[in-house]
Design a protein around this ligand. Structure first.
Ligand code: NDP
Length: 240
């Protein structure tokens, strides 16, 4: 039997594409999100556990992972993917949006890592792939708090990679460019949204297909355990 893969943010976008691909390849899955009905609607078959968990709710995350590991064995891959992007300029954006992004995109990622790392380090086997963004190393207008959160994901991923490397545990990072997902659905600032969409149009409207991000993380994971593809930046060819 293949080892357990845990995916946060499995209800849409990249996470849903990852869930489909790993399910098609017979990995037992724990799929997490707040909208479980959207995960159920993926209609996956086989060894799939679906649990409602907000990544900022450590108890819910821990409970779900414990239940899945009792059935499928230890988590061997955590796809720490849940996140959101709320755009706006710094002098007008509601600070509650900053808080939501930092809580979800940074603390949510730390929560997932802390919950699976002790058993991975004890087993001297395991992989975590954090989803960052091109905005994790490059600035974009109207993205201050989002960029802060994703630079944070880059920094914490490299820090933890160094901390656990001697235990044969891999921390990897994928940094995608713009893709067609539900990411923009939560933006409340119409001006920032219009500017973002104009930027996407300037690339000929061609953005990443989430399935290519899923294929990339699967490739990264399936490299031998002694090889760590530390970071992959992946974007549509026409993205600037
Ligand atoms: P989607 O909005 O389609 O998916 C986001 C996922 O995150 C959903 O499954 C959502 O599930 C989940 N999520 C959001 N907040 C929480 C929370 N508090 N607790 C648990 N789950 C949560 O967007 P993407 O697929 O595009 O985003 C996935 C990741 O990719 C994010 O980290 C994003 O920052 C990153 N990214 C996206 C890019 C893009 O252009 N699309 C580019 C670069 C990076 P639910 O609402 O059901 O909880």
């Amino acid at each position: 039997m293949k080892p357990l893969v845990v995916i946060t943010g499995a209800s849409s976008g990249f996470g849903a594409a990852m869930a489909r691909l790993f399910n098609a390849n017979q990995y037992p899955l724990l799929l997490l999100g707040r909208r479980v009905e959207k995960i159920q609607a993926l209609e996956l078959s086989g060894e799939v556990m679906i649990k409602q968990a907000d990544v900022t709710d450590r108890a819910a995350l821990e409970n779900a992972i414990t239940q899945a590991e009792a059935i499928y064995g230890p988590t061997d891959l955590l796809l720490n993917n849940a996140g959101l992007m709320l755009l706006g300029n710094i002098w007008q954006q509601n600070p509650k949006e900053w808080q939501t992004m930092l809580d979800t995109n940074v603390l949510g990622v730390l929560n997932g890592m802390q919950l699976v790392l002790p058993q991975m380090m004890a087993r001297e086997h395991g992989t975590i792939i954090n989803t960052s963004s091109i905005a994790g190393f490059k600035a974009f207008e109207n993205h201050a708090a989002y960029v802060a959160s994703k630079f944070g994901v880059h920094g914490l991923s490299e820090t933890v990679r160094q901390e656990v490397a001697a235990k044969n545990v891999r921390v990897m990072l994928i940094a995608p460019g713009a893709a067609e997902t539900e990411l923009l659905a939560h933006v409340t600032d119409d001006h920032a949204l219009t500017e973002y969409q104009a930027w996407k149009e300037s690339m000929g409207g061609l953005t990443l297909d989430p399935k290519h991000v899923a294929e990339t993380v699967k490739f990264m994971y399936e490299m031998p355990q002694e090889v760590n593809i530390r970071e992959v930046d992946i974007a549509a060819t026409r993205q600037d």
